[in-house]
Write a new protein. Sequence first.
Length: 544
Amino acid sequence: MVAQHAETSQVVLWVVILIVIYGGLSLALKASELRSRVKSHMFRMRELAEVGSVLIDSDYQLLEDPDFQKAKELAFSTVKSNDSLTQKFPLNLKRFTEQVLKIALFGSLLSTIDLRFLGYIGVLILLVIAYRFFQHRFINKTKAERATYIDQYYYLHRVTSNFKMAKDVRLYRVQPWFLNIFEEVLKNLRHITVRRSRVVFGGQFISAFLILLLTFYGYSVLILQLIEGRLNVGELTFYIGAISMIAIASSELINVLFDLLDDSNDAGHLRHFLHYPPLFNHVAKQTLPELIDTIELKNVTFTYPQSDRPIFKNFNLTIHQNEKIALVGLNGAGKTTLVKLLLHLYQPQEGQILINGMDHQRFAVNDYYRLFSVVFQDHFPLPMTIRETVLQDSAYDEVKYRKVLEDSGLLEVTQGLPLGDDTPLVREMNAEAVTLSGGQHQKLKLAQALYKDAPVLILDEPTAALDPLAESEIYRRYHKYSKDKLSIFITHRLATTQFCDRILFLEDGKIIEDGTHRQLMDMRGKYQQMYDKQAYYYQEGERE
C-alpha cells in the first residue's frame, strides 16, 4: 500500500485491523497451547501410572528377562519426563502442520514469479532428508552404547551417594577407584558424544548450505526482476520475506519429520510394553483347593535366562500335608530357586508342579499366590503403617488381628511406639516413621504371615541377620504357628532344623540326602559334616 501511494489513514486503518487480528489469533493460540500442554501433562501422568501398573502386575520371571527389562526402560523413557512422547507429540504435530502450510503458501506465491522455485525447494528437502536418514540411523545405532555409559555413570552416582556405602568408602579408601571408574566412563561418554555431534553437525552444515543456495537463487531472480521493472520495492520486500520464510520452514520441516519419526518409535516402544505377553496363566481353569494334601515336583527342569547350565534337571520331590521340610546346602545349591518354582515365581522349562495332583499352571497365578505365606531373608518395608503392612489386602478382623499381634510378639513392639500400630514405616517418606530392628521386622513379617493364614508356610532364611537368641525366639514362634501347615524352611544354621520332619540336603540342583536330623547324622554325610563344623564354631565361641 505504501509503494502504491495509498492514503495514510487507509494504511493506518489496515495496520490497526491486522494488529487486532494478529493479537486475537495470538491470544487464542496461547490459550490453545496452554490447554494442550495441561492435557498432555495429565495424559502423560495416566500413561506413567499405566506403565507402573503393568510393571507391578508383570509375571515375576519377566523381571529378570533382559528383553523385558529393555522393553521396560524404553517404555518408561517415553513417559517419565516433560520432554517425553506424550508431551512432545502434540507440539511436533503442530510444528509439522505449520511448516507444511508455510511451504505450500509461500512456495505457491514464489512460483508465480519462477516455477523453478518449487523444484529447488523439493530438491533441497529431499537431499537433506536423505542425509538425515543416515544421521538418524547412526544416532539410533549408537543409542544403546550411549545408554550403557549413562547407566554406568548414574550407577556410580547412586553408589557414591548411598549412605549405606559411606562407611566402606571411607574405611577402605576406595575413593581413587571410584574416580578412575568415573574418568573411564566419562571418557567413553565423551568419545561417543563427539562422534554423534560430528554427524549432527554434518547435517546442519548441508542443510544450511542448501538453504543458502536457495536464498541466493531467489535473491538473484528478485533483483533481476526489480531491475527489469517487473517488481516494485514493496513486492520485492514481500518476496524476500517469503524466501526467508521458505528457507526457515524447509529446515524446520525436516527437523520435525524426524522428530515425528522418533515419536513413532517411542509410541511403538510404549505399545509393546503395555501389551507384553505374560508367561503365566492369569485365567482360572481350576478351582483353588482349600487344603494342600501334596505338592509334587515331577521331572522339573529349570535354566536361568542366558545360562547354558540348568539349575534343576529332571528334579523330583513330593511334600505331604502338614509336613515340615528343611532345605539346607551350600550357597548356589538351588534352595531359593526351588522355593521360587514352588511359588510360581518361576516357570520350569520342562516337567510339572502338581498341587493335589493338579498342574499348578491350571490355577490363575494371582489365586495361586493365596496358598502361600512367605517370609524372605531380605526385607523392604513399604511406606505404610504397621497395621497396613500386617493386613496387606486382607479384610480387617479385630479379634484375629489382636491374636496375631500377640502370637507374633509384635504387640509389645507396637505398645512401645507413640502411634502404636498406626506408626508408619520408611522415614524417607514420613517424618513420624520408625526404622524397625532386625528382630522387630521379623516379628512384623511373622504377623503378616499369621494374618494371611495360608495353607503353606515358607521361610527363606528370615533370621540370617539375627543373633542366635533372637533367631531362637523367632523360630520358636514359627514352629508353634506351623503345626497345622505344610512348612518349608531354608536355613544355613542347622541348629534350627531339628524340629523338622524331613531335611533335604541340596547340592548342584539335586537332593543328595533326605531324612530326619537323627537319620542324616547317622548317615555321616554332607549334612553331618556341616552340622559338626557349625557346632564346633559355637563351642569355640563358648570356650573363648
